[in-house]
Design a protein around this ligand. Structure first.
Ligand code: SAM
Length: 276
């Protein structure tokens, strides 16, 4: 596979199933590490905000007297983000197009109290540059918070799941991204200019094991694998596998969802970096 020319290397595109996984995310299930650092009047930049459910949750429930800007490279999720804020009547949030690798274009130095990214820097061609830009626009004394997947584990062991995981990594890497980089975020942060003593690390997990969780999670992957945008990438352009392989992997996910012992875990690496 050849990497695209643009700085965004988001391989999943924004098909409906992908948007649904992002729209499930909240501060409680995806940004708990940020909570001890928030004050109600803060200004936050949420880079790569996607359909904005974490962004709107932050605005509504954690910085109600502050303001949050959701910045996103792609137009499709921004539409969903604006609709979501409007439906909930949340007005202290603004959504805008932009590139985390070029924040200088839109924001002067020291513009925000907090700069946050959830599952974004693994999808950009130069993650250290992204962190450097995030550091530049955060105020002195403020924080940059990043959370990215570090590892995926599942039960039962299966050849099909191994094959799916290999394909997932091949596609992400082929697009110039860094799949599951959660264990090295602190190293990238140092390269971006944060002092070691100003970086703290933690982990957070998602677990899908109840019948409802398995049904939801498996349907999403079964669908994502057969989305036309994914077929275009991996079969038509990438030549990574055949349509038949994708159909088999899609069925494998459906079978996993039906297995009462099925269990899926994603462990994330989290960093909080203070700008001193
Ligand atoms: C996995 S989604 C995460 C969305 C959201 N943060 C969440 O957790 O629900 C990654 C998002 O980053 C966006 N993205 C990728 N490259 C970007 C860039 N260079 N600048 C800004 N956003 C980018 C993608 O378009 C996508 O919406």
């Amino acid at each position: 596979m050849t990497a695209p020319k643009s700085s965004s290397v988001y391989a999943s595109k924004h098909d409906p199933a992908t948007l649904r996984t992002h729209q499930w995310r909240t501060v409680a299930n995806s940004a708990g590490h940020l909570l001890p650092h928030l004050k109600p009047t803060m200004t936050i930049l949420d880079v790569g905000c996607g359909p904005g459910t974490i962004t709107v949750d932050l605005a509504r429930n954690y910085v109600p007297q502050g303001h949050i800007t959701g910045l996103e490279y792609a137009e499709e999720p921004l539409r969903a983000a604006r609709e979501h804020a409007e439906a909930l009547g949340v007005s202290n949030v603004t959504f805008t197009r932009g590139d985390v690798l070029n924040l200088s274009k839109d924001y002067p130095e020291e513009s925000f109290d907090v700069v946050h990214a959830h599952q974004v820097v693994q999808h950009v061609a130069d993650p250290v540059r992204a962190l450097r830009e995030m550091r530049r626009v955060v105020k002195k004394g403020g924080i940059v918070a990043v959370r990215e997947s570090a590892a995926m584990m599942w039960y039962p062991p299966s050849e099909g799941m191994e094959k799916w995981y290999k394909l997932y990594r091949t596609v992400a890497t082929g697009f110039g991204g860094n799949p599951d980089p959660g264990s090295r975020l602190h190293v990238w942060a140092k390269e971006a200019g944060f002092a070691k003593e100003d970086i703290s690390c933690s982990t957070g997990t998602w677990c899908f094991s109840t019948p409802e969780e398995r049904r939801w999670w498996s349907q999403i992957f079964a669908e994502r694998l057969l989305a036309q945008s994914y077929i275009d990438i991996v079969v038509e352009k990438g030549g990574c596998c055949s349509l038949e392989d994708l159909r088999e992997l899609s069925q494998m996910w459906r079978d996993w969802g039906e297995d009462e012992d099925g269990w899926f875990n994603i462990t994330h690496g989290e960093i909080i970096c203070r700008k001193t």
